[in-house]
Design a binder for this molecule. Structure first.
Ligand code: IMP
Length: 185
């Protein structure tokens, strides 16, 4: 039988407590439990968030030497050719949500993408979750990162205003794929 017990030896390695809290709530709902391992990971420059997540996982494993997961995300805005994508963290720290809103006019389509990479001594496995949506006209709600400006498809509210973020998000979708794989491996 697999349950909370099995995954409790797996670390979620990140410097971002928001990601961990959400990942924990999501994995708890699948009966899996993870622990936080706070670490600033080396982040390579790449156009692929999967490649970034793989490198982060290798870096994390060389330091923590335990089964672990890392996550890399990006928000991809249609009218900006997918910008900021893999540079989402840097863009959030520099121009922020205000700067993004100033760049957009009519086409407000966007998507969030999450890559979860699991690593242990036997190797790596990656899982992707995507969520389509739009960028709001102004910031709404008090969330972290892009939450106040991202409205998931078929919704009226931003991630920051929605109670159900953790059952629809890009992170939820990637972690669901990971859990299905992990529980059957
Ligand atoms: P990275 O995965 O650490 O490179 O960062 C991606 C960036 O995207 C984060 O620093 C956040 O600014 C943003 N981000 C990723 N997921 C979310 C989310 O669920 N809500 C809001 N912002 C997010």
């Amino acid at each position: 039988m697999v349950g909370t017990h099995k995954l409790s030896d797996v670390f979620f390695v990140s410097s971002n407590i928001h990601k961990f809290k959400e990942a924990k709530e999501i994995l708890d709902s699948f009966g899996l439990s993870i622990q936080f391992f706070k670490l600033n990971l080396e982040e390579i420059q790449s156009n692929s968030i999967k490649q970034i997540a793989i490198k982060k996982a290798q870096d994390a494993f060389s330091k923590c030497k335990k089964p672990l997961i890392v996550e890399d995300d990006g928000i991809f805005i249609d009218s900006l050719g997918g910008f900021p994508g893999p540079y989402s963290s840097y863009v959030q720290k520099t121009i922020g949500n205000k700067g993004i809103l100033n760049l957009l006019k009519y086409n407000r389509g966007a998507k969030f993408v999450s890559t979860i990479t699991y690593c242990d001594k036997n190797g790596l496995e990656s899982f992707e979750g995507k969520l389509d949506g739009t960028i709001s006209k102004s910031q709404k709600g008090k969330g972290w990162g892009y939450d106040p400006i991202f409205i998931p498809k078929n919704m009226q509210k931003t991630f920051a205003q929605l109670d159900e973020k953790n059952i629809i998000s890009h992170r939820y979708k990637a972690l669901k794929k990971f859990s299905n794989w992990y529980l059957h491996k």
